[in-house]
Design a protein around this ligand. Structure first.
Ligand code: NCD
Length: 324
């Protein structure tokens, strides 16, 4: 077994990331934008193979990992999305599947409905593992591209007034994002229905990691409160919306009860507010915002490619350095 304690070889959750790792990834992502625009060439990973192992639906994350690896001159193999086409359907266990695929490729990207799958994979695989979402736990690459987008559009994170709105209980993107925003010292307001509040273990975890900093996290979770007024008066620099995660509800009636709690319209946001969303969206954002300068969700999706190129580049570089 290799000992990889000193450098980052896997990206499993935002609480494991150090600020200097995140900053290094952002620095590389800037360069990767030039690679995407053909203003710079980069062929260090020529011929290396990335496997996308996705056990849940995905458009942006899977595609942007694929395009990222292709832009790095690597190659990509996608694990059949339909479980019925794989040996898992025949009863093969996940351990054997991961071991086998790890032996075929150079880096693995995993999405699973179960919290902890990516971490488990990183314990049994030799090659770098990237968590592309594990149940309602974490989605760290999304958080990194979200923070990169905010930095690009607002010039900084520190001191910004940022609202995370929607399903803060089951939404894995906001779990990862909260760790990341706190690390960069944003002022955060969490707005959700009472039943979908940010889990307290995450808020405690964030405070614990940053115990020497003055972390500002405020919660608003009264469903009947005039949310439009809260948003209007909040004068937020960034509003980050999430979809209510229907697939994670045990009781569909509970979902029906909260599904249309939030809808952001142009009239309730300030001129300088940017509106973000990991997508897919349902009715959370009025489509009249799409063509305004407030809309940041398509820029966010676009940044997924250079940021994921930077993540692949950084992990692979660390892996090969340590292996020497
Ligand atoms: C998110 C996810 O899968 O967690 N999508 C994404 O990766 N951009 C958000 C969601 O499904 O609501």
């Amino acid at each position: 077994m290799f000992l990889y304690s000193f450098k980052m070889h896997n990206l499993i959750s935002m609480q494991d990331i150090k600020k200097k790792d995140a900053e290094e990834i952002f620095h590389r992502a800037k360069f990767m934008e030039n690679v995407c625009n053909f203003k710079a060439g980069y062929d260090k990973w020529n011929g290396k193979i990335l496997v996308n192992l996705f056990f849940e639906p995905s458009t942006r994350t899977r595609m942007s990992f694929e395009i990222a690896m292709l832009r790095l001159k690597g190659r990509v193999s996608n694990f059949a999305e339909k479980l019925s086409l794989t040996s898992l359907e025949k009863g093969e266990n996940l351990t054997d599947t991961i071991r086998t695929i790890d032996s075929y490729c150079d880096i693995l990207v995993i999405r699973s409905p179960k919290a902890g799958t990516a971490k488990y994979a990183s314990e049994i695989a030799e090659h770098p593992i990237i968590n592309a979402g594990d149940g309602s736990n974490q989605h760290p690459t999304q958080a990194l591209l979200d923070i990169y987008t905010i930095k690009k559009l607002k010039g900084k994170i520190s001191g910004l007034n940022i609202a995370l709105i929607g399903d803060l209980k089951f939404g894995r993107t906001v779990h990862s994002l909260l760790y990341g925003l706190a690390m960069f010292n944003a002022s955060i307001t969490l707005i959700s229905p009472n039943d979908l509040r940010m889990p307290s273990f995450i808020i405690d975890g964030v405070k614990n990691i940053n115990k020497n900093e003055n972390i500002r996290i405020k919660e608003i979770y009264d469903k009947d409160k005039d949310i439009n007024k809260t948003i209007k008066e909040g004068n937020f620099d960034v509003i980050y919306l999430t979809r209510i995660q229907k697939e994670r509800f045990a009781d569909i009636e509970e979902y029906e009860d909260v599904k249309d709690t939030y809808k952001i319209t142009k009239s309730i946001i300030s001129d300088n507010t940017i509106v973000m969303h990991p997508l897919p969206r349902l009715n959370e954002i009025d489509r009249e915002i799409d063509n305004t300068k407030n809309a940041a969700y398509f820029a966010q999706a676009k940044n997924g490619v250079p940021v994921r190129m930077a993540i692949i580049d950084y992990l692979m570089e660390n892996f090969y350095k340590d292996r020497k």
